[in-house]
Structure formats: C-alpha cells, structure tokens
Write a protein that binds this ligand. Structure first.
Ligand SMILES: C[S@@+](CC[C@H](N)C(=O)[O-])C[C@H]1O[C@@H](n2cnc3c(N)ncnc32)[C@H](O)[C@@H]1O
Length: 210
C-alpha cells in the first residue's frame, strides 16, 4: 500500500469509525516529542490542540499532498509542529500567524527546537492584517484563533483557497456555541463539502473547496 493510500484509508477510518488517532504511526522523533511535551506542560491556558487532533492534522496534510499551508492562531507552535511534520513529507511550507508577541517568539523557538524552521515560518501579528500580505494561494488553512472571528476568517481566506484545497477549523464541537454563523456556513455554503470529526472531543471541521 502506498503512503497516500494508507493515509486516505486512515482518514476514512477516523471519519466514519470514530477511531482515536493517539497511537497511529509513524512515530514522532524523540527530540520532537520532547518539544511537544514541553509545550503541553507549560500550556496552563490549554491553548494547544489535543495530541489526537495534532496527529489528525498531520494526516490531513500528508493525504492531500499539501504545499502551501497557513495557520491562523499559532499560539506556542504545538499544532504548527504537527502540521510541519506532515509538510516534511510533502515538501510543503507553513506560515503560522500569532497575535500575541510572546507566544509568537515561543512558537519560533519551539519550531526551531523541533528542527522545522526550514518548513514553518512564524508571522507575529493580527492575521486579518497579515493574510492579505501573504503571496499566492493556499491549499490548506487551519483556523484556531478566537472563535467569534471564524466566519470573518472564512470569508477572508476562502477566495485564496485553491480548488480542492482544505479549510480546517478547530473546536467546532466543544465551542460550537461561540461560532453559530460559521457552523451554518459549513452546512450551507455551495462551494464546499464539509465533515466534522472529533478525534478528541474538541471537534475538527474539514471543508474541501469544490
Ligand atoms: C487556541 S490558541 C491556538 C493554539 C494552536 N493552534 C495550537 O494548537 O498550538 C488561539 C491563538 O490564536 C491567537 N489569535 C487570536 N486572534 C488572532 C488573530 N486575529 N490573529 C492572529 N492570532 C490570533 C491567540 O493569540 C491565541 O494564541
């Protein structure tokens, strides 16, 4: 089985079988695991995605052969490291945007410690301002900023998303009440096909642009 077929199969299992991804392969290199654990230990505000969701993000990136990824709301770099590990396999790049200057600095240091600085670029500042300055189009967008802004970010980014590209949003289950308009968009927008999976109860929406 090729890696691409295996990844798609795993994706189907996750989507329809409710399979938890915490122990899926490939294993994370020890030095990266140490950085991920350090971020989690210091994450008193529980900003970072769960490990299961991190693994799911990596899987999505690999299964789509992602090249041009953007993350909105990078915090300390936890999810960016998972996405970056996927991009190491696809030859892609990630720009992760973080509003809080100290978090952006920490993210940069963590990404460097994980050996992913050649793949992941941290852009400090407000993503509403930073996104228009990014060149080209995107084939993968991961949205994990403040939930009330989800619809506005979708409206901003969707025209820049390639056909077949994926728009992924976090906390669509455990913070659903904070993003009603965006959830309606997921159900009704004619330009996307969407599904919600919940590897760890937080909820991840995956929308493919038609
Ligand atoms: C839930 S945390 C992100 C966690 C991160 N994705 C991870 O899993 O490691 C949300 C982050 O979004 C950032 N944020 C909120 N609004 C933003 C904006 N308009 N532009 C950039 N970052 C923003 C916050 O500062 C916060 O660090």
């Amino acid at each position: 089985m090729t890696r691409r077929v295996a990844a798609s199969f795993a994706l189907l299992l996750l989507a329809f079988g409710g399979v938890r991804a915490a122990h899926a392969d490939p294993p994370v290199p020890k030095e990266v695991q140490a950085v991920l654990q350090r971020i989690k230990s210091a994450d008193s505000n529980q900003l970072a995605v769960s490990e299961e969701d991190g693994r799911f993000l990596r899987l999505l990136v690999v299964s789509k052969g992602t090249k041009h990824a953007v993350e909105i709301g990078g915090a300390n770099g936890y999810s960016a490291i998972w996405i970056g590990m996927g991009l190491r396999e696809t030859g892609g790049r990630l720009v992760t945007i973080e509003y809080d200057p100290q978090r952006a600095r920490d993210a940069e240091a963590n990404i460097r410690a994980a050996g992913l600085s050649d793949i992941v670029q941290v852009v400090p500042g407000d993503a509403f301002v930073a996104i228009p300055k990014l060149p080209g189009t995107f084939d993968f967008v991961f949205l994990d900023a403040w939930k009330r802004d989800y619809q506005r970010f979708f409206d901003q980014v969707f025209p820049r998303l390639d056909r077949g590209g994926v728009f992924v949003a976090h906390n669509v289950v455990n913070k659903a009440s904070e993003m009603g308009e965006f959830l309606t968009t997921l159900r009704t927008h004619p330009g996307i096909v969407s599904a919600i999976v919940s590897p760890s109860g937080e909820g991840v929406s995956v929308s493919v642009k038609r």
